[in-house]
Design a protein around this ligand. Structure first.
Ligand code: ADP
Ligand code: MG
Length: 353
């Protein structure tokens, strides 16, 4: 998969996986994975539950050994290195704070293990707590914190070691939506405060989270297989496979003349039947089967006369909820720019194997 991208020079590579494979008995958790994360990148592994994301992080951190393949950190082969020699820190989904220690001791833990002197420990813990906006919380126990604050402590505990690479495994998964959205932006701020070289490798199954935060996204499918690597715009607007089309957005796949392609719901205009669509657009006729009014937008499911269906998302600019719902059953013409389609031929995909 990395073959089609311009390879980063080795000095700019924070993480490199070469043909890494990991099985548990009969289960293939990671399938011959090639991946490059550049220094300073916010890089996200996106995929459904069971697609091998956590295993990939654990392999990079050294908590698991690969069956085959090699792992490089900063250009150095670390495949056989134990976890403590690797310049990475991990933030786990369940925080894993020590309940009997206060916040400051939790954050200082890694420094104490490494024998950092007390005065330096104190100043670094303070700096790490400031970075996650928890100044003055050092004396509290984890039970005296909210979920969001505990998550920040877990982050501070990793940041205090100033790792070159921070691995984050669904760290916001337990937070409610509002807090999660705040923390998504906070993580971006924290990364830029750490400096241009700080590399974040982030794991999530949430496509919005991936699109919000990432410089690049690697999309995994259920089989522990890498489907596509690209910027949020590339992955969303140019999905390489049918899986990516369906996982990052509504799938909207049509087959015409032996080719399968996808077009994103918001790129499609829906016009009353009989309206002449603007020049140069691809069109399809159909009838509205379902209407889902979502406040700011409405989602229409349109069954096409030539087979298949498309989801259309439309901003409710001049349309009330009643008018939107009244579209159900109506005959319509759908129209979109030809350049907004993306070919996702399954045949082509299999031949790449
Ligand atoms: P994700 O983080 O994407 O949800 P995982 O990396 O945790 O996926 O798991 C990938 C696959 O490997 C799953 O099928 C999972 O059940 C399996 N797996 C993960 N860890 C173990 C383990 N320690 N023993 C056996 N199977 C495992
Ligand atoms: Mg996981």
């Amino acid at each position: 998969m990395s073959g089609d991208a311009v390879e980063a020079p080795s000095a700019a590579r924070a993480i490199r996986l070469i043909g890494v494979r990991k099985t548990y008995g009969d289960v293939v958790a990671v399938e011959r994975l090639d991946l490059e994360v550049r220094r300073g990148e916010f890089f996200t592994l996106l995929g459904p539950s069971g697609s091998g994301k956590t295993t990939t992080l654990r392999l990079i951190a050294g908590f698991e050994q690969a069956d085959s393949g090699a792992i490089e950190l900063d250009g150095v082969d670390v495949t056989r290195w134990p976890p403590f020699r690797r310049d990475v820190n991990t933030v786990f989904q369940d925080y894993a704070l020590f309940p009997h220690m206060d916040v400051a001791d939790n954050v200082a833990y890694g420094l104490r293990v490494r024998g950092v002197a007390k005065t330096e420990r104190r100043s670094r813990v303070e700096a790490a707590l400031a970075m996650v906006r928890l100044e003055g919380f050092g004396g509290r126990r984890p039970v005296q914190l909210s979920g969001g604050q505990r998550q920040r402590v877990a982050l501070a505990r990793a940041l205090v070691n100033r790792p070159a690479v921070l691995l984050l495994d669904e760290p916001l998964g337990a937070l409610d939506l509002k807090l999660r959205q705040e923390m998504q932006l906070e993580l971006g701020r924290i990364q830029s405060e750490l400096g241009a070289d700080a590399t974040f490798l982030y794991v999530t199954h949430d496509q919005d989270e991936a699109l919000t935060m990432s410089d690049r996204i690697a999309v995994f499918s259920t089989a522990g297989k890498l489907e596509q690597v690209g910027s949020p715009g590339e992955v969303y607007e140019r999905p390489a496979t049918e899986f990516v089309a369906g996982f990052v957005g509504a799938s909207n796949v049509l087959e015409r003349d032996g080719r399968r392609f996808t077009v994103r719901p918001e790129k499609i205009r829906m016009l009353p039947a009989g309206t002449a669509p603007p020049e140069g657009l691809t069109t399809a006729r159909g009838a509205v089967r379902d209407v889902v009014y979502l406040g700011a937008i409405t989602r229409y499911v349109v069954e096409l006369d030539d087979g298949g269906e498309l989801v259309v998302v439309s901003q409710n600019l001049d349309v009330t909820a009643e008018q939107a719902r009244a579209q159900r059953g109506r005959e319509v013409v759908l129209a979109w720019r030809p350049e907004h389609t993306s070919i996702v031929d399954a045949v082509q995909e299999e031949e790449q194997q």
